[in-house]
Ligand binder design. Structure first.
Ligand code: OAD
Length: 254
């Protein structure tokens, strides 16, 4: 049901073990289009499968590399927004806190979140498409995509593509956090893409309260113990943190 910032702040202040799943909506206020929005934007001129799958990369490695280079450049210009900073503050205040993200933009880390479980990888990192080794960097020596210095295979973005498995350790840690928490926030995600989409409901089945933060509750589950805070995560999370810990007194009209 629709709830209030104050009620969620109380839940947060009392919670012992908090887990959070974020999606593209958290980065929307940093100017990074969400996936569903972007289906009309950056993806509309391409077939997503051709751009984000091992098969598409094998067919057109240079096009895929260049498309990710374009996205990496725009992500590089993006800055964390108040929602990212609020989540970094919650991590500092709640002893048992786990942040799980489907985003690949690295903005949580930029905002000061220290332990971030990246379910879908990170667009700022690359790995070898042959030996899978993650690379610290690469040299743009003219060949596109650049090649792995160890084995000569093409380098590719270290993100999860269609048809690929999620990083096993990240998925295992995310699963444990959702089983273990007493409060689970699902923020800025359409909750459509498995296995991430099930995490909030796994937590709910194990007795956690679930709070969904999203401008809409469309397509989300409903039921006792599932609360909604409708609106933009940047504004809402700042309000929740203020209400939980800053106790900003209401402006009294003199
Ligand atoms: P979507 O684009 O599917 O969903 C974005 C969600 O954010 C929607 O529910 C919006 O209503 C919500 N939203 C938009 N603006 C918001 C705001 N300011 N504050 C809060 N919420 C807002 O993106 P994801 O759910 O992240 O997977 O997509 C999940 C996965 O689907 C992605 O990680 C990607 C894609 O396939 C891979 O790349 C493997």
């Amino acid at each position: 049901m629709i709830t209030t910032v104050e009620a969620v702040a109380q839940l947060l202040a009392q919670a012992k073990r908090v887990a959070v799943l974020t999606g593209a909506g958290v980065s929307a206020e940093s100017g990074i289009p969400t996936f569903r929005d972007a289906m009309t934007g950056m993806w509309s001129r391409f077939d997503p499968f051709e751009l984000a799958s091992p098969e598409g990369f094998a067919r057109q490695p240079a096009m895929v590399w260049n498309w990710y280079a374009e996205r990496r450049a725009s992500v590089g210009k993006a800055k964390p927004n108040p929602g990212h900073f609020a989540l970094a503050e919650i991590e500092r205040r709640v002893r048992h806190f786990t942040l799980i993200t489907q985003n690949v933009d690295g903005l949580h880390q930029q905002a000061g979140s220290r332990r971030v479980i990246e379910l879908h990888g990170n667009i700022r990192r690359v790995k070898c498409s042959r030996d899978g080794g993650v690379k610290d960097g690469w040299t743009e020596d003219g060949e596109v995509p650049p090649r792995c210095s160890e084995c000569g295979g093409y380098l590719r973005p270290d993100v999860v593509w269609f048809g690929e498995l999620l990083p096993a350790r990240a998925l295992q840690e995310a699963g444990s956090a959702s089983l273990d928490c007493d409060l689970f926030f699902s923020i800025g995600t359409s909750n459509l893409v498995e296995p991430a989409a099930s995490l909030p409901w796994t937590a709910h089945r194990h007795g956690a309260k679930v709070v969904v933060v999203n401008p809409t509750d469309e397509g989300q589950r409903r039921g006792p113990g599932i609360e909604y805070l409708l609106g933009n995560s940047g504004e809402i999370l700042s309000q929740v943190v203020n209400a939980a810990w800053h106790k900003t007194s209401k402006a009294t009209h003199s």
